[in-house]
Design a protein around this ligand. Structure first.
Ligand SMILES: [Zn+2]
Length: 347
């Protein structure tokens, strides 16, 4: 079967790999009908060493169940399913607390941590299928597929940012980053009733989509200039909640600059740093909460799916490019060049 492999930074190829097969009785074999490239895939695209490759790529997918292991009880051949970016049993103590990214089952993992499977491929073996996969009540060629695919990661991740940030009616919220997750954070803040949503981003096509998703203001300046602009828009005091969807240090510093005393910085951009200011001038003095982490998107699928099915939200608008799996290498390049916001891959 065909699959996407990253050999090293900047070197992505689609090649033949051994067919995925069922290995454990709790597995399902899924024929992938839609997958995509994530902003987080660009981190290794910039920095991966050749010794770490070739690595199978992709952690967002919709597909049709081809076969199930003997112990799979809730799914059958022919079901259309969506997979979160993390595998979980959905029954352990952490899963019951809606923290499926910390599932304690020994087979629990992130797709990116599994060496011989990936979603940017024709098929995939899904461990713990009953816990991980969620059935979709539409046909594989439904016009809703792009929006439903965002349940795999970006919508749930943006929503997690807003939930962990404690966004509530009347809040002033600032979102840092105009990538797909930042735009989903805008949509999520709106869903939770934020009164003001300032989107910090520099790409007009993206910030325009952010305005469509509910942003009330756009700030294209960065650093001190951007901080001053947000403070001006928030009556001088800053935002109650900052949703940080980038992961680089300047974004964190910007968050500290625009958060209101007593507010919450919620991070869902994967931090590309280990050390960051947490002392008196940054977090402690103004009583700032620091929240966020990898989103347990599995926890949000049932909550968010009806809004997609009913047309209340259309998160699939983040996919501005739909192309064949074979074109994945160009898709990485286009996302890195910012000529594509998010690329959907079909077999
Ligand atoms: Zn679990």
């Amino acid at each position: 079967m065909r699959a996407t492999l990253m050999y090293k930074a900047g070197d992505v190829r689609v090649e033949n790999v051994p067919d995925s097969v069922i290995k454990h009785p709790t597995d399902a074999l899924v024929r992938i009908t839609a997958s995509c490239i994530c902003g987080s895939d660009l981190h290794p695209y910039h920095s991966m060493d050749a010794d770490a490759g070739p690595a199978r790529m992709g952690h967002e997918l919709i597909g049709i169940i081809e076969a199930v292991g003997a112990d799979v009880s809730t799914l059958r051949k022919g079901d259309l399913v969506v997979s979160p970016f993390a595998i979980s049993d959905n029954t352990c103590e952490f899963c019951r607390e809606n923290l499926q990214t910390s599932c304690s089952h020994h087979e629990a993992a992130f797709w990116d941590g599994i060496p011989d499977e990936g979603a940017q491929a024709e098929a995939i073996r899904v461990p713990l299928a009953d816990g991980t996969l969620v059935k979709l009540p539409v046909a594989p060629d439904s016009a809703l597929i792009p929006s439903l695919l965002t349940l795999s990661d970006v919508l749930g991740t943006g929503y997690h940012a807003a939930v962990k940030g404690g966004v509530k009616a009347g809040d002033r919220v600032t979102v840092i980053g105009d990538g797909a997750v930042g735009l989903m954070a805008v949509l999520s803040a709106k869903r939770l009733g934020a009164e003001q949503i300032i989107l910090m981003g520099r790409h007009p096509a993206r910030t325009d989509l952010g305005l469509e998703f509910g942003a009330t203001d756009v700030v294209s300046e960065r650093g001190d200039e951007g901080i001053a602009k947000v403070r001006e828009l928030t009556g001088g005091h800053g935002s109650h909640v900052v949703l940080e969807a980038v992961g680089h240090m300047p974004a964190y510093q910007q968050a500290i600059g625009i958060i209101r005393p007593g507010g919450t910085i919620s991070r869902v951009g994967v931090p590309q740093y280990q050390d960051a200011p947490v002392g008196f001038p940054s977090l402690f003095g103004p009583n700032i909460n620091l929240a966020g982490g990898p989103a347990p998107v599995r926890a949000y699928i049932e909550e968010l799916m009806p809004d997609i099915l009913n047309g209340v939200i259309e998160p699939g608008k983040v996919f501005d490019t739909i192309t064949a799996l074979e074109n994945a290498p160009a898709g990485y390049q286009d996302m890195d060049d910012r000529t594509s916001l998010k690329v959907l891959l079909t077999p």
